[in-house]
Design a protein. Structure first.
Length: 480
């Protein structure tokens, strides 16, 4: 193994060029090797590694493939310039709340957490009810939170005690980066983040329904799947009575507000693109890739000129351009507030149809449309999840916004409100929205089963176990 000191580097994370040089040295390649593989000149490789010129997006993806980096090199290189490149009046941070939903096939993933100032990071990550807490002196290069198996059906969120920077990526973080790491592998650093959530009862009942052994031995049989000390810790956290720190941190501290006007969003998008090291052509290609992946390849292709026109404030013919760029730049809804149509389907029932390529936060707002709106709840149903948020009527009604996380393959969202309320729906992060993550429950029995299967599959992968291991623990395979 070639150490960083051995190639005369400080931190490999100090710039995209230094990262490329360090990765090449670790692979044992020369610049000539890279040049031949990439079919470029040696001078081009030198310019990339000295940060004289940013490596083009496609070349970076090709180099990641050549190194068998699994997306890690690409995502790290895009992340490195993020804080330094966000110097405009409207930025995507530093802030406390961050999130990401990984597309495509499940696999290893990570969150890279860096302090905005000082050398300490503190907070937690979570995927569903479980996550990892951290409070570490890390220096400016921060800490990595790694997941050996991250599914597109479960988002990864990070909440910091103090505003900082977070990026998300695919692949396995190399040990030679010599950075602090916390991992969910075999539940090594996993804790219960949300101890009191409506869905916990469904998971417990799901296990009981599948068990064919003696009920009094179920706990001990499940305990064999997890390190005993870790099981005991998780069980004690699940049973705690005090207010979980998750709920406390949701109301503590402040975040900068996302841009509120089209002009401010344009400034932010330009800054995000530059921070990611993307040209206007790269941005157009990324947006076209989103449309193609969602089956919209026949739509008018986005060009570099259209991105340029957007950044210069000219009217765009591209539908939902701000939302497309938000996804392309990995902003997770922070940089857009794009309306979508809400259609009445029957009395009190509505639908909001979001583009297939949009994965991330969406907001639904119920606003009074009458002097005395009826009391009741704003109900959101999206395939397998249902959230009910109380509304205040009788002349005291005020708008209520609920934020929901849109997952892959979700049909139009079904909505219900009592009389006297009007509905609006947007793609993007709602600063003052009620977090539906804290109030949702399965929409029906079939949905509860699907959610159970998805969660159990993810937990087993993180534990390094199989469904056969779980079946044996539950005694679903009885001897003849």
């Amino acid at each position: 193994m070639v150490t960083l000191a051995g190639v005369g580097l400080g931190s490999a994370l100090s710039s995209p060029g230094v990262l490329l040089r360090a990765w090449r040295a670790e692979m044992g390649w020369t610049q000539d090797d890279v040049a031949r593989t990439m079919r470029v000149s040696r001078a081009a490789v030198t310019s990339w590694e000295t940060d004289t010129r940013r490596i083009p997006a496609q070349a970076l993806a090709d180099l990641d493939f050549a190194y068998a980096a699994g997306g890690c090199l690409t995502d790290l290189a895009l992340a490195i310039g993020f804080p330094q490149g966000s110097g405009d009046s409207w930025t995507a941070g530093p802030r406390r709340r961050w999130g990401h939903l990984f597309r495509g096939e499940p696999g290893p993933a990570w969150a890279w957490v860096r302090p905005a100032a000082g050398d300490r990071v503190a907070g937690y990550s979570r995927t569903g009810l479980l996550g990892m807490r951290f409070d570490d002196v890390t220096g400016p290069d921060g800490i990595f939170l790694t997941q050996p198996y991250e599914s597109a059906g479960l988002p990864m969120r990070v909440v910091l005690t103090e505003p900082g920077w977070v990026d998300f990526g695919r692949g396995t973080i190399p040990a030679w980066l010599e950075r602090p790491v916390k991992t969910s592998a075999r539940f090594a650093d996993v804790e219960v983040i949300i101890a009191r959530h409506p869905v916990i009862g469904y998971f417990v009942q799901g296990i009981r329904d599948r068990d064919r052994g003696a009920p009094e031995t179920l706990r001990d049989r499940l305990r064999t799947l997890v390190d005993p000390d870790r099981w005991d810790l998780l069980e004690s956290q699940l049973r705690r009575r005090e207010v979980p720190s998750y709920e406390a941190q949701q109301t503590a501290g402040t975040d900068p507000r996302p841009p509120g006007t089209a002009e401010e969003r344009i400034v932010l998008h330009r800054g995000l693109r530059e921070a990611r090291g993307m040209s206007q052509a790269d941005a157009a290609a990324a947006a076209n890739g989103l449309l193609a992946a969602a089956g919209h390849a026949r739509e008018a292709r986005i060009t570099r000129q259209q991105v340029r026109n957007y950044e210069e404030g000219r009217a765009s013919r591209v539908r939902h351009m701000p939302a497309l760029l938000d996804v392309a730049y990995g902003a997770f809804g922070w940089s857009c507030w794009e309306p979508v149509h809400v259609t009445r389907t029957e009395s009190g029932m509505f639908e909001a149809a979001f583009p297939d390529w949009w994965l991330g936060p969406v907001c639904v707002t119920a606003a009074p449309s009458a002097a005395f709106p009826a009391t009741g709840s704003l109900t959101l149903i999206s395939r397998n999840r249902r959230s009910d948020c109380p509304l205040t009527g009788a002349g005291a009604g005020a708008p209520v916004t609920v934020e929901h996380l849109r997952m892959p393959g979700e049909p139009p969202m079904r909505l219900q409100v009592p009389p006297g309320w009007r509905l609006y729906a947007h793609m993007g992060y709602g600063t003052d929205a009620v977090d539906a993550d804290t109030i949702w429950h399965p929409a029906d029995a079939e949905a509860a089963g699907r959610l159970f299967d998805l969660s159990v599959q993810t937990w087993l992968r993180q534990l390094g176990r199989t469904e056969a291991d779980l079946k044996r623990a539950l005694r679903s395979e009885q001897p003849a």
